[in-house]
Design a protein around this ligand. Sequence first.
Ligand code: FAQ
Length: 317
Amino acid sequence: MTDKPRGIDPRMAGFNEKVANDQRIEPKDWMPDAFRKTVLRQMSQHAHSEVIGMQPEGTWITRAPSLHRKVVLLAKVQDEGGHGLYLYSAAETLGTSREEMENALHEGRAKYASIFNYPALSWADAVAIGWLVDGAAIVNQVSLQRTSYGPYSRAMIRICKEESFHQRQGYEATMVLARGSKEQRAMAQDALNRWWWPSLMMFGPHDSESAHSGQSMEWKLKRESNDVLRQRFIDQTVPQAEFIGLTIPDPDLKWNEECGHYDFGEIDWDEFKQVISGNGPCNKQRLAHHIRAAEDGRWVRDAMHAHAQKQNKREVA
Ligand code: FAQ
């Protein structure tokens, strides 16, 4: 009986070396199947979040309080659609088509960020989304600029530039409300009350409960953990709220001199689990709208494919 060769697969050794040396893994590089699957899961869910994320603010485009606010909001919502497109394209380099990713979303096999299952009830909500939701997204995405999958990392660099504008427009518009009439101030506070906790949930479960974090951190797909990023968001957002005279809805929130961070209260993880299992306030509405939009646009995609085929035939002839 001959001994089987021992040791690590040389392709795996090459992959591990690249990761260890902080080099990017590129689409044509060999990668373990589990890495491909995890990157695809995270990128496609991220892309779905950007596109579904257009819905809550989108409902305010026709009701924005001035032409100026309407133009800014329109540009912002279009940017989110663009982010989805970069991310779908980057994810397609892993060998799965955008159509397959969308099917997975429509059939409930893929998730999108929990936050977009909450309704934008007032104009203050529409701008709180920019301040808090884009604010949370950017903390996560700055970290992902150094993710180990090349196309994802490059998409993040561009997206972060735009998210930074989104966060500022949301904060500036919230500031105007907070410094406005009594009613406007109350509207801004009410929006903060409702969006604060769901924004903290965007970072995912605690590290101790996070199914994918350990492996994703080892692959440097995730560069910082869910809890580290959540804490960073809290530390930077609390002074912003104080500056405009709004109160964070957390009685346990307190500056901790010793560790140099804010202590904060317990997140309602039951609510989080309900929302990511499809039972949040707007899950059904968001998905139904996305499916309807995909159906409405089918004829455009079909026409484009037919045109591309004709062009190809002409070029071959
Ligand atoms: N919502 O093991 P982990 C934006 C799921 S972009 C829903 O910790 P992971 C821009 C997770 O998928 C916002 N599901 O998972 C914008 C997994 O389930 P699975 C999107 C969540 O992947 C602004 C399970 O729980 N950003 O907002 C959530 O290591 C305004 C276990 O969790 C990104 O996607 C959640 N919040 O870490 C647009 C950033 N958290 O897949 C419009 C990229 C966890 O096994 C308007 N993604 N789950 O069934 C990430 O950084 C990571 O995927 C995390 C989760 C941190 C979200």
